[in-house]
Design a protein around this ligand. Structure first.
Ligand code: HEC
Length: 168
């Protein structure tokens, strides 16, 4: 851990992030548990002040890429658990197929029989419209056949990131 910390501290671009790293000769700062960097393999969503991490190779990379990957992985699990009973990416089932849904007009998957409510929904699926939909489909399209709500905001963000990743 101390080696990793030292490596972290000598990387110039990371210097400003950690109080105490500016003066490596002050030993107490290095042994202080509170000054340890976050673990590189953390799957937590770190606050912006921790926006740099060290990979196993000792490279500094944007935590954004790392976190986007973790978010998509979480989204895939949410999708399988929560949406998978009715939806799949490439086949119409109880609900319409999802690949390419981001950027697509609502109610336009070929071969799927939408409710009138959804056919009447005149919008394109984006992060925002999907977020509102998943919170409460029938509030957006009264009488829709999708009787399912995803309450957890972080789960919604994750599943939307996942759908985006399979829509490219
Ligand atoms: C209980 C079954 C069920 C579950 C669970 C479910 N859906 Fe649906 N979904 C449907 C049905 C049925 C429709 C079509 C609604 C209609 O025609 O009114 C639909 C429609 C949609 C649409 C509109 C697609 C389009 O082509 O316009 C989106 C987006 C969507 N669902 C996303 C999700 C996501 C994401 C989840 C999981 C978080 C989910 N659904 C969970 C049944 C479900």
């Amino acid at each position: 851990m101390t080696r990793a910390l030292l490596r972290f501290c000598v990387l110039p671009s990371a210097l400003w992030l950690l109080a105490g790293c500016g003066a490596p000769q002050t030993a107490p700062a290095l042994t202080e548990p509170a000054s340890e960097p976050p673990p590189a393999a953390s799957t937590e969503i770190n606050p912006p002040s921790m926006a740099i991490h060290i990979s196993d190779q000792g490279e500094v990379s944007e935590a954004g890429t790392h976190e986007a990957g973790a978010l998509i992985e979480r989204g895939e699990r949410v999708y399988q658990r929560q949406c998978g009973a009715c939806h799949s990416l490439d086949q119409n089932r109880v609900g319409p197929m999802h690949r390419g849904v981001i950027g697509r007009a609502a109610g336009t998957v070929p071969g799927y029989r939408y409710s009138r409510a959804l056919q009447g929904l005149d919008l394109v699926w984006t992060d925002e419209t999907l977020d509102a939909w998943l919170q409460n489909p029938s509030q957006m399209a009264r009488g829709t056949a999708m009787g399912f709500r995803l309450q957890d905001a972080a789960d919604r963000a994750a599943v939307i990131a996942y759908l985006e990743s399979v829509s490219e």
